[in-house]
Design a binder for this molecule. Structure first.
Ligand SMILES: Nc1ncnc2c1ncn2[C@@H]1O[C@H](COP(=O)(O)OP(=O)(O)OP(=O)(O)O)[C@@H](O)[C@H]1O
Ligand SMILES: [Mg+2]
Length: 306
Protein backbone atom coordinates (compact mmCIF):
# COMPACT_ATOMS: atom_id res chain seq x y z
CA UNK A 1 0.00 0.00 0.00
CA UNK A 2 1.19 3.51 -0.83
CA UNK A 3 1.41 6.50 1.47
CA UNK A 4 -0.87 8.41 -0.81
CA UNK A 5 -3.82 10.42 0.46
CA UNK A 6 -6.59 10.95 -2.08
CA UNK A 7 -8.82 13.94 -1.49
CA UNK A 8 -12.14 13.23 -3.14
CA UNK A 9 -13.70 16.49 -4.29
CA UNK A 10 -16.10 17.93 -6.84
CA UNK A 11 -18.47 15.12 -7.66
CA UNK A 12 -21.93 15.35 -9.18
CA UNK A 13 -23.97 17.32 -6.67
CA UNK A 14 -25.15 20.92 -6.75
CA UNK A 15 -22.42 21.60 -4.22
CA UNK A 16 -19.63 20.61 -6.63
CA UNK A 17 -18.06 24.08 -6.57
CA UNK A 18 -18.07 24.29 -2.79
CA UNK A 19 -16.61 20.80 -2.57
CA UNK A 20 -13.62 21.94 -4.65
CA UNK A 21 -13.11 24.78 -2.18
CA UNK A 22 -13.26 22.35 0.74
CA UNK A 23 -10.94 19.94 -1.07
CA UNK A 24 -8.41 22.60 -1.95
CA UNK A 25 -8.21 23.93 1.60
CA UNK A 26 -7.84 20.43 3.09
CA UNK A 27 -5.31 19.25 0.54
CA UNK A 28 -3.22 22.38 1.13
CA UNK A 29 -3.27 21.74 4.88
CA UNK A 30 -2.24 18.09 4.44
CA UNK A 31 0.58 18.98 2.06
CA UNK A 32 1.85 21.55 4.55
CA UNK A 33 2.02 18.79 7.12
CA UNK A 34 4.09 16.66 4.77
CA UNK A 35 1.49 14.25 3.36
CA UNK A 36 1.56 13.12 -0.25
CA UNK A 37 -1.81 14.22 -1.62
CA UNK A 38 -3.71 13.90 -4.90
CA UNK A 39 -7.14 15.43 -5.50
CA UNK A 40 -9.54 13.29 -7.48
CA UNK A 41 -12.77 14.58 -8.99
CA UNK A 42 -15.48 12.12 -7.93
CA UNK A 43 -17.25 11.88 -11.26
CA UNK A 44 -17.01 9.71 -14.34
CA UNK A 45 -14.74 6.69 -13.94
CA UNK A 46 -13.24 7.87 -10.67
CA UNK A 47 -13.64 4.49 -8.98
CA UNK A 48 -11.34 2.90 -11.55
CA UNK A 49 -8.83 5.69 -10.97
CA UNK A 50 -9.12 5.24 -7.23
CA UNK A 51 -8.44 1.50 -7.51
CA UNK A 52 -5.29 2.23 -9.51
CA UNK A 53 -4.06 4.88 -7.09
CA UNK A 54 -4.48 2.50 -4.12
CA UNK A 55 -4.52 5.31 -1.54
CA UNK A 56 -3.72 4.73 2.09
CA UNK A 57 -6.64 6.96 3.10
CA UNK A 58 -9.38 8.84 1.28
CA UNK A 59 -10.10 12.28 2.63
CA UNK A 60 -13.71 12.85 1.65
CA UNK A 61 -14.19 16.51 0.75
CA UNK A 62 -17.47 15.91 -1.09
CA UNK A 63 -20.76 17.58 -0.23
CA UNK A 64 -24.30 16.60 -1.17
CA UNK A 65 -25.65 13.83 -3.35
CA UNK A 66 -23.39 10.76 -3.78
CA UNK A 67 -20.65 12.26 -1.60
CA UNK A 68 -22.46 12.89 1.67
CA UNK A 69 -25.29 10.37 1.48
CA UNK A 70 -23.56 7.01 1.84
CA UNK A 71 -22.89 6.27 -1.84
CA UNK A 72 -19.21 7.12 -1.91
CA UNK A 73 -18.85 5.70 1.58
CA UNK A 74 -20.16 2.31 0.41
CA UNK A 75 -17.73 2.29 -2.53
CA UNK A 76 -14.88 2.94 -0.09
CA UNK A 77 -16.16 0.21 2.23
CA UNK A 78 -16.24 -2.26 -0.66
CA UNK A 79 -12.62 -1.38 -1.50
CA UNK A 80 -11.60 -1.47 2.17
CA UNK A 81 -10.08 2.00 1.85
CA UNK A 82 -10.13 3.98 5.13
CA UNK A 83 -12.09 7.23 4.76
CA UNK A 84 -12.93 10.28 6.83
CA UNK A 85 -16.25 11.43 8.35
CA UNK A 86 -19.32 9.26 8.93
CA UNK A 87 -20.01 5.77 7.62
CA UNK A 88 -22.58 4.56 5.10
CA UNK A 89 -25.67 4.39 7.27
CA UNK A 90 -25.17 7.57 9.30
CA UNK A 91 -24.39 9.51 6.13
CA UNK A 92 -27.53 8.40 4.35
CA UNK A 93 -29.70 9.05 7.40
CA UNK A 94 -28.31 12.53 8.01
CA UNK A 95 -28.58 13.58 4.37
CA UNK A 96 -32.24 12.68 4.34
CA UNK A 97 -34.05 15.38 6.31
CA UNK A 98 -37.20 13.27 6.46
CA UNK A 99 -35.60 10.17 7.99
CA UNK A 100 -33.23 11.99 10.35
CA UNK A 101 -36.11 14.08 11.67
CA UNK A 102 -38.14 10.99 12.48
CA UNK A 103 -35.25 9.82 14.65
CA UNK A 104 -34.72 13.24 16.24
CA UNK A 105 -38.43 13.61 17.03
CA UNK A 106 -38.71 10.14 18.46
CA UNK A 107 -35.89 11.05 20.83
CA UNK A 108 -37.40 14.34 21.94
CA UNK A 109 -35.14 16.67 19.99
CA UNK A 110 -37.27 19.59 18.88
CA UNK A 111 -37.58 20.05 15.11
CA UNK A 112 -39.81 22.48 13.16
CA UNK A 113 -43.32 21.24 12.37
CA UNK A 114 -43.25 19.93 8.82
CA UNK A 115 -45.09 18.03 6.15
CA UNK A 116 -44.11 16.31 2.92
CA UNK A 117 -45.57 17.27 -0.40
CA UNK A 118 -45.48 14.99 -3.42
CA UNK A 119 -45.40 16.23 -6.99
CA UNK A 120 -48.96 16.85 -8.22
CA UNK A 121 -50.39 17.08 -4.70
CA UNK A 122 -49.83 20.78 -4.10
CA UNK A 123 -53.62 21.25 -3.99
CA UNK A 124 -53.53 19.57 -0.56
CA UNK A 125 -51.16 22.14 0.92
CA UNK A 126 -53.62 24.25 2.89
CA UNK A 127 -55.46 21.22 4.27
CA UNK A 128 -52.20 19.57 5.27
CA UNK A 129 -50.94 22.79 6.85
CA UNK A 130 -54.14 23.00 8.92
CA UNK A 131 -53.77 19.41 10.04
CA UNK A 132 -50.24 20.06 11.20
CA UNK A 133 -51.08 23.53 12.57
CA UNK A 134 -48.52 25.16 10.28
CA UNK A 135 -49.13 28.78 9.29
CA UNK A 136 -47.43 31.09 6.79
CA UNK A 137 -44.60 32.00 6.51
CA UNK A 138 -43.34 28.55 5.59
CA UNK A 139 -40.02 27.22 4.35
CA UNK A 140 -39.91 24.81 1.43
CA UNK A 141 -36.81 22.79 0.70
CA UNK A 142 -35.58 19.60 -0.94
CA UNK A 143 -35.28 16.54 1.30
CA UNK A 144 -31.63 15.85 0.50
CA UNK A 145 -29.66 18.94 -0.45
CA UNK A 146 -27.13 21.27 1.11
CA UNK A 147 -25.71 24.81 0.94
CA UNK A 148 -29.28 26.17 1.14
CA UNK A 149 -29.83 25.06 -2.47
CA UNK A 150 -33.58 25.07 -3.14
CA UNK A 151 -34.44 26.52 0.29
CA UNK A 152 -37.14 29.20 0.02
CA UNK A 153 -39.10 31.19 2.55
CA UNK A 154 -42.68 31.71 1.35
CA UNK A 155 -44.86 34.35 3.00
CA UNK A 156 -48.05 33.34 1.24
CA UNK A 157 -49.67 30.91 -1.18
CA UNK A 158 -48.59 32.83 -4.25
CA UNK A 159 -44.94 32.75 -3.27
CA UNK A 160 -45.29 29.07 -2.42
CA UNK A 161 -46.74 28.26 -5.85
CA UNK A 162 -43.86 29.94 -7.67
CA UNK A 163 -41.13 28.29 -5.60
CA UNK A 164 -42.84 24.90 -5.58
CA UNK A 165 -43.02 24.97 -9.36
CA UNK A 166 -39.33 25.73 -9.49
CA UNK A 167 -38.46 22.88 -7.11
CA UNK A 168 -40.66 20.39 -8.97
CA UNK A 169 -38.41 20.74 -12.03
CA UNK A 170 -35.70 18.96 -10.07
CA UNK A 171 -37.32 17.04 -7.24
CA UNK A 172 -40.50 15.01 -6.88
CA UNK A 173 -41.00 15.63 -3.17
CA UNK A 174 -40.34 18.58 -0.90
CA UNK A 175 -40.40 19.40 2.78
CA UNK A 176 -42.73 22.17 3.84
CA UNK A 177 -42.04 23.44 7.33
CA UNK A 178 -42.98 26.23 9.69
CA UNK A 179 -40.66 29.20 9.54
CA UNK A 180 -38.86 29.53 12.86
CA UNK A 181 -37.98 33.16 13.54
CA UNK A 182 -35.18 33.93 15.96
CA UNK A 183 -31.48 33.24 15.79
CA UNK A 184 -29.20 30.98 13.75
CA UNK A 185 -26.92 28.79 15.89
CA UNK A 186 -24.60 26.05 14.64
CA UNK A 187 -22.55 23.57 16.63
CA UNK A 188 -19.55 21.43 15.66
CA UNK A 189 -18.77 17.96 16.99
CA UNK A 190 -15.30 16.43 16.80
CA UNK A 191 -15.27 12.74 17.60
CA UNK A 192 -17.43 12.38 20.66
CA UNK A 193 -17.00 15.97 21.76
CA UNK A 194 -19.15 19.00 20.94
CA UNK A 195 -16.64 21.81 20.40
CA UNK A 196 -18.65 24.99 20.54
CA UNK A 197 -21.58 27.00 19.20
CA UNK A 198 -21.41 29.90 16.75
CA UNK A 199 -24.11 32.43 15.87
CA UNK A 200 -24.62 33.63 12.32
CA UNK A 201 -26.29 36.93 11.61
CA UNK A 202 -26.95 37.16 7.88
CA UNK A 203 -27.59 40.54 6.32
CA UNK A 204 -29.73 38.83 3.70
CA UNK A 205 -33.24 37.41 4.19
CA UNK A 206 -31.73 34.23 5.61
CA UNK A 207 -28.53 32.17 5.67
CA UNK A 208 -28.70 31.33 1.97
CA UNK A 209 -25.98 30.31 -0.50
CA UNK A 210 -24.56 33.82 -0.86
CA UNK A 211 -24.68 34.48 2.88
CA UNK A 212 -22.72 31.23 3.37
CA UNK A 213 -20.00 31.59 0.77
CA UNK A 214 -19.63 35.20 -0.30
CA UNK A 215 -17.66 37.55 1.91
CA UNK A 216 -19.44 40.41 0.09
CA UNK A 217 -22.67 39.23 1.79
CA UNK A 218 -20.97 40.13 5.09
CA UNK A 219 -22.71 37.58 7.32
CA UNK A 220 -21.70 38.29 10.88
CA UNK A 221 -20.11 35.34 12.72
CA UNK A 222 -20.22 35.52 16.50
CA UNK A 223 -18.02 32.97 18.24
CA UNK A 224 -18.86 31.86 20.86
CA UNK A 225 -22.60 32.33 20.32
CA UNK A 226 -23.80 34.85 22.93
CA UNK A 227 -26.12 32.54 24.84
CA UNK A 228 -26.49 32.15 28.60
CA UNK A 229 -24.16 29.55 30.07
CA UNK A 230 -27.05 27.11 30.50
CA UNK A 231 -28.36 27.53 26.98
CA UNK A 232 -24.86 27.20 25.53
CA UNK A 233 -24.41 23.93 27.41
CA UNK A 234 -27.86 22.80 26.33
CA UNK A 235 -27.25 23.26 22.61
CA UNK A 236 -23.92 21.45 22.86
CA UNK A 237 -25.62 18.54 24.59
CA UNK A 238 -28.40 18.46 21.96
CA UNK A 239 -25.80 18.34 19.22
CA UNK A 240 -23.90 15.52 20.84
CA UNK A 241 -27.14 13.60 21.17
CA UNK A 242 -28.06 14.18 17.50
CA UNK A 243 -24.59 13.05 16.39
CA UNK A 244 -24.89 9.89 18.48
CA UNK A 245 -28.48 9.11 17.49
CA UNK A 246 -27.53 8.93 13.82
CA UNK A 247 -24.32 7.04 14.59
CA UNK A 248 -22.03 9.71 13.15
CA UNK A 249 -18.25 9.68 13.17
CA UNK A 250 -15.51 12.26 12.90
CA UNK A 251 -16.65 15.82 12.36
CA UNK A 252 -20.28 16.90 12.09
CA UNK A 253 -22.14 20.21 12.30
CA UNK A 254 -25.70 20.67 13.47
CA UNK A 255 -27.82 23.67 12.48
CA UNK A 256 -30.38 25.17 14.85
CA UNK A 257 -32.85 28.01 15.09
CA UNK A 258 -33.13 29.49 18.58
CA UNK A 259 -36.56 30.96 19.27
CA UNK A 260 -38.39 31.74 22.52
CA UNK A 261 -35.63 30.09 24.50
CA UNK A 262 -35.92 26.81 22.56
CA UNK A 263 -33.56 25.19 20.06
CA UNK A 264 -35.08 23.78 16.89
CA UNK A 265 -32.78 21.35 15.10
CA UNK A 266 -32.91 21.97 11.35
CA UNK A 267 -30.45 19.29 10.35
CA UNK A 268 -27.12 17.60 10.96
CA UNK A 269 -24.36 17.75 8.32
CA UNK A 270 -21.93 14.84 8.08
CA UNK A 271 -19.63 16.56 5.56
CA UNK A 272 -19.54 20.15 6.80
CA UNK A 273 -17.82 22.76 4.64
CA UNK A 274 -14.15 23.52 5.16
CA UNK A 275 -13.98 26.71 3.09
CA UNK A 276 -12.65 30.10 4.12
CA UNK A 277 -16.01 31.16 5.52
CA UNK A 278 -16.94 27.76 6.95
CA UNK A 279 -17.99 27.32 10.53
CA UNK A 280 -16.38 24.11 11.78
CA UNK A 281 -12.86 25.49 11.24
CA UNK A 282 -13.85 28.74 12.94
CA UNK A 283 -15.30 26.91 15.95
CA UNK A 284 -12.22 24.65 16.14
CA UNK A 285 -9.88 27.64 15.92
CA UNK A 286 -11.64 29.19 18.90
CA UNK A 287 -10.96 25.95 20.79
CA UNK A 288 -7.25 26.22 19.98
CA UNK A 289 -7.33 23.76 17.08
CA UNK A 290 -5.99 25.39 13.94
CA UNK A 291 -7.08 24.40 10.44
CA UNK A 292 -4.14 22.09 9.80
CA UNK A 293 -4.53 20.36 13.18
CA UNK A 294 -8.20 19.85 12.42
CA UNK A 295 -7.60 18.32 9.00
CA UNK A 296 -4.83 16.05 10.31
CA UNK A 297 -7.12 14.94 13.13
CA UNK A 298 -9.80 14.04 10.56
CA UNK A 299 -7.28 12.05 8.57
CA UNK A 300 -6.07 10.16 11.63
CA UNK A 301 -9.66 9.40 12.57
CA UNK A 302 -10.26 7.70 9.19
CA UNK A 303 -11.12 4.01 8.96
CA UNK A 304 -13.40 1.62 7.15
CA UNK A 305 -16.16 -0.47 8.64
CA UNK A 306 -17.48 2.73 10.23
N1 LIG B 1 -37.76 26.13 9.31
C1 LIG B 1 -36.92 27.14 9.14
N2 LIG B 1 -37.13 28.31 9.78
C2 LIG B 1 -36.29 29.36 9.61
N3 LIG B 1 -35.23 29.33 8.81
C3 LIG B 1 -34.97 28.20 8.14
C4 LIG B 1 -35.79 27.04 8.27
N4 LIG B 1 -35.29 26.08 7.47
C5 LIG B 1 -34.20 26.60 6.89
N5 LIG B 1 -33.99 27.88 7.27
C6 LIG B 1 -32.89 28.76 6.84
O1 LIG B 1 -32.28 28.20 5.69
C7 LIG B 1 -30.94 27.78 5.98
C8 LIG B 1 -30.63 26.49 5.27
O2 LIG B 1 -31.48 25.48 5.73
P1 LIG B 1 -30.99 23.96 5.87
O3 LIG B 1 -29.88 23.89 6.86
O4 LIG B 1 -32.19 23.14 6.13
O5 LIG B 1 -30.45 23.70 4.40
P2 LIG B 1 -29.17 22.96 3.82
O6 LIG B 1 -29.18 23.25 2.37
O7 LIG B 1 -29.18 21.55 4.23
O8 LIG B 1 -27.93 23.69 4.49
P3 LIG B 1 -26.39 23.22 4.69
O9 LIG B 1 -25.57 24.20 3.89
O10 LIG B 1 -26.17 23.44 6.14
O11 LIG B 1 -26.24 21.82 4.27
C9 LIG B 1 -30.89 27.69 7.50
O12 LIG B 1 -29.57 27.82 7.98
C10 LIG B 1 -31.81 28.83 7.91
O13 LIG B 1 -31.17 30.07 7.81
MG1 LIG C 1 -27.92 23.73 7.13
Amino acid sequence: MSNLIVVLAGGLSGERKISFLTGKACSKALKKRGYKVITLDAKGYFVEKLKKLKPKIVFNALHGKYGEDGFVQSILESQKIPYTHSGVFASSLAMNKELSRLIFKKNNLKVPKYLLLQKGHEGNLIKKMKNKKIKFPIVIKPISEGSSLGVYICKNRMQFKAKYKKLMKEYDRVLVEEYIPGREIQVAVMGEKPLGAIELVPRREFYDYAAKYSSAARTKHIMPAPLSQNKYKEVLALTKRAHQLLGCRGITRSDFRFFKNKFYLLELNTQPGMTKLSLVPEIAQYCGINFEDLVVWMLKDASYNR
